[in-house]
Design a protein around this ligand. Structure first.
Ligand SMILES: [Zn+2]
Length: 458
């Protein structure tokens, strides 16, 4: 088994090769925010496409949606986020650093989570107080723990300058937009229960202590699917989706089995029927990648109650009416991105040198083929390489590179995970063929230009 890279190795290659940049870097950065660079943007796009393909294209009864980031604020009251979507925060009395109380308790060997009341967490904190020091100054003088709401507030549509009183919220999760459009989708498409709605989009959380690189960001991107099911078929559908999602990571993304595992929630929220997470072996250990949850009828019932609009479904055969139950799958683009970098990061020895290589599967690779003229200062080689680049670029995402020696160009493409490099040399002008070098093995083959597109595709 390949060894898991360290987070420092991942951060370094992601920065060096233009996958991930710190946000507002020239101003000193902005905690909890990162930007995807040219190759990161491509990788994220390919991650979204793989998910969308598996959910919307390959499933007969799932349709896509792209709902707004803003909604009426009542939505977040109905969903429970205004009342209960909070993290327990403790403040250091010496240096005023705010920390997640549950994280500090965990690090001291205890257990606390967001489902406990603030009184319960204060009690647990007290029992570990001796062992808990401020992560910034190391002192042990803390305030009482308070709950801090994670919704990000904004002033859309409020021109009174006093929007603190009636804020709207940037969505804290994408699935609320799915619930809000349940009836629209039902009325305007051919779906029948059981059916799903899938959505990819940004969500925002005012995390107190964003950490672990892009694992916990304040602005992040979710890929969520909500399956609307008959109440008594909820658990059956749930089991089907548990299996499908695990299979997706192994078969569609190519993750190895030993890097992925199930984790059952110890504390279920009151309405949930079952909640398991798919955990990935990140550089900092096994952590949640995706949640697969059976949520009962809580979501639609809440919106029915708060909006006053019936969200019942009438079975076309039996005529029976019911509020559908929800089976949800929810994963972040950013967490998948970090898992993909971790999974495919590798080092080996090639031609006597140690190289770093990202062994992305073809469909995830930001660049599929790089095209090089052997020498930059030979116009006939550059012209031929340009011609081949123009031929290939309409078929797949390519990059043209004539900088530095060929060995350096190979290393660079290895580090951005490009599966194939095509080199145009003097022989090309004679035999109308090129050298194709394969990333993982470093093997080189001579391929006629006329067969190039077909061979690379295969
Ligand atoms: Zn402190």
């Amino acid at each position: 088994m390949k060894k898991t890279p360290t987070i420092d190795e991942i951060v370094a290659i992601a920065k060096r090769r233009g996958f991930v940049y710190p946000n507002s870097e020239i101003y000193g950065g902005f905690i909890g925010l990162y930007d995807y660079g040219p190759y990161g943007a491509e990788l994220a796009k390919n991650i979204r496409s793989a998910w969308w393909r598996s959910m919307v294209q390959l499933e007969d009864n799932i349709v896509g949606l792209d709902s707004s980031i803003f909604t009426r604020p009542e939505v977040w009251v109905a969903s429970g986020h205004v009342g209960g979507f909070s993290d327990p925060v403790v403040e250091c009395r010496e240096c005023n650093t705010r920390s997640r109380a549950d994280h500090l308790i965990e690090e001291a060997g205890g257990f606390a989570d967001e489902k406990m009341t603030v009184e319960e967490i204060n009690q647990v904190f007290d029992t570990y107080r001796e062992k808990i020091a401020c992560p910034k100054c190391g002192k042990k003088n803390f305030s009482e723990i308070k709950n801090f709401n994670l919704l990000v507030k904004a002033n859309l549509g409020n021109f009174t300058e006093d929007w603190s009183k009636e804020p709207v919220y940037l969505r804290g999760e994408t699935c609320q937009g799915i619930y809000l459009n349940f009836k629209n989708v039902l009325d305007t498409t051919r779906v029948k229960v059981p059916f799903g709605i899938a959505q990819i989009g940004k969500a925002f959380r005012n995390e107190i202590a964003p950490r672990q690189y892009i694992f916990r960001k304040r602005e992040f991107e979710q890929m969520e699917m909500q399956m609307f099911v008959e109440p008594d078929r909820e658990m059956e559908v749930y089991e089907v989706w548990r299996e499908k999602r695990m299979k997706y990571y192994i078969e569609s993304l190519g993750f190895s089995k030993e890097n992925i595992q199930w984790h059952q929630h110890e504390n279920l929220v009151f309405y949930a029927k079952a909640a398991w997470d798919i955990e990935y072996r990140f550089p900092f250990g096994f952590k949640e990648l995706e949640g697969v949850h059976a949520r009962g009828d809580y979501d639609l019932t809440q919106h029915q109650k708060h909006s006053g609009v019936s969200l019942k479904y009438r079975d076309p055969t039996s005529g029976v009416e019911y509020v559908p139950h929800i089976v949800e799958t929810s994963v972040g683009v950013d967490r998948t991105f970090l898992a993909v970098l971790t999974e495919f990061y590798d080092t080996d020895e090639l031609g006597g040198d140690i190289r770093t290589v990202l062994r992305f599967p073809y469909h995830l690779a930001p660049i599929k083929v790089a095209v090089f003229p052997l020498l930059k200062n030979k116009p006939e080689l550059v012209a031929k390489a340009r011609e081949i680049f123009d031929l290939l670029k309409v078929e797949m995402h390519c990059e043209f590179d004539d900088n530095g020696n060929i060995g350096k160009r190979y290393r660079r493409q290895d580090e951005i995970g490009t599966p194939y490099c095509v080199t145009v040399d003097f022989e090309t002008l004679e035999d109308v063929a090129v050298t194709v070098r394969e990333r993982d093995s470093g093997e080189q083959k001579r391929i006629p230009i006329s067969e190039l597109v077909h061979t690379l595709r295969a």
